[in-house]
Design a protein around this ligand. Structure first.
Ligand SMILES: [Zn+2]
Length: 231
């Protein structure tokens, strides 16, 4: 009986030790697509995300939103994705004054909130073109990200795939596009997502990425990799 008890105790100690063994911290990536919504390439992108059951963030252009394209925004949200603000007219915002910039942002955020019920928290400036005052004028977190020149038609699927895989690092945000006709990015991701999952990455939305990394967004920073502050 005493032997049984000590064996049991040993087993318990062993189990506790195993549970306490430090393991690799979880590695997170955030896919983020610009220039939607649309009912062509974006639908194909959503199909790929659905296939692997991974979320992403969609930076939409206000002037692209109508009753039809709004359906894809609703579908994305239903799948666990997040919607971000990519301005209303996709202009070079450095050429706009304070009122014009604020109108671009508010009009787009109003539409997103009306359709999804949630006001966006993140902003990706068109052409990543910013001037310092914009950080004071816009009350959203600025996002850049790692790209693979996927807006250039001559950059094919294989080069995009290579760029996506090489850019992977914990906390990274991707800068990709789902504008109409950009199928090469959809095809590249259809191969990249399972490979990155295999490497131990977990895909999350931008809100989740900041939460998981325990990093509070700074109003004057444009993020490409979110610092890991889990300690
Ligand atoms: Zn854009």
């Amino acid at each position: 009986m005493r032997i049984m008890t000590s064996l049991c105790t040993l087993a318990c100690i062993a189990a506790a030790t195993l549970a306490c063994t430090p393991k690799e911290p979880a590695k997170y990536l955030a896919l983020a697509f610009d220039d939607g919504p649309n009912l062509t390439t974006e639908s194909a992108m959503l199909d790929v995300l659905e296939k692997y059951d991974v979320p992403a963030t969609f930076f939409v252009i206000g002037s692209n939103i109508n009753d039809d394209t709004a359906e894809n925004m609703k579908r994305a949200v239903k799948m666990g994705c997040e919607i971000g603000n990519h301005s209303f007219t996709h202009s070079q915002m450095t050429r706009l004054d304070e009122d014009q910039v604020k109108e671009e942002i508010e009009a787009t955020s109003d539409m997103i909130e009306k359709i999804t019920g949630t006001r966006p928290k993140f902003f990706r400036p068109p052409y990543i073109n910013v001037k310092p005052e914009m950080y004071d004028w816009i009350d959203l977190t600025f996002i850049c990200g790692k790209g693979c020149n996927d807006w250039v038609a001559s950059v094919g699927k294989e080069d995009r795939l290579k760029g996506i895989l090489e850019s992977a690092e914990p906390g990274a945000i991707y800068l990709l596009h789902d504008f109409e006709g950009n199928e090469a990015t959809v095809e590249a991701l259809d191969e990249a997502i399972p490979m990155l999952l295999e490497q131990g990455y977990t895909f999350v939305t931008l809100s989740q990425l900041f939460e998981k990394q325990k990093h509070t967004p700074d109003g004057h920073t444009m993020y490409t990799v979110v610092p890991d502050e889990r300690k």
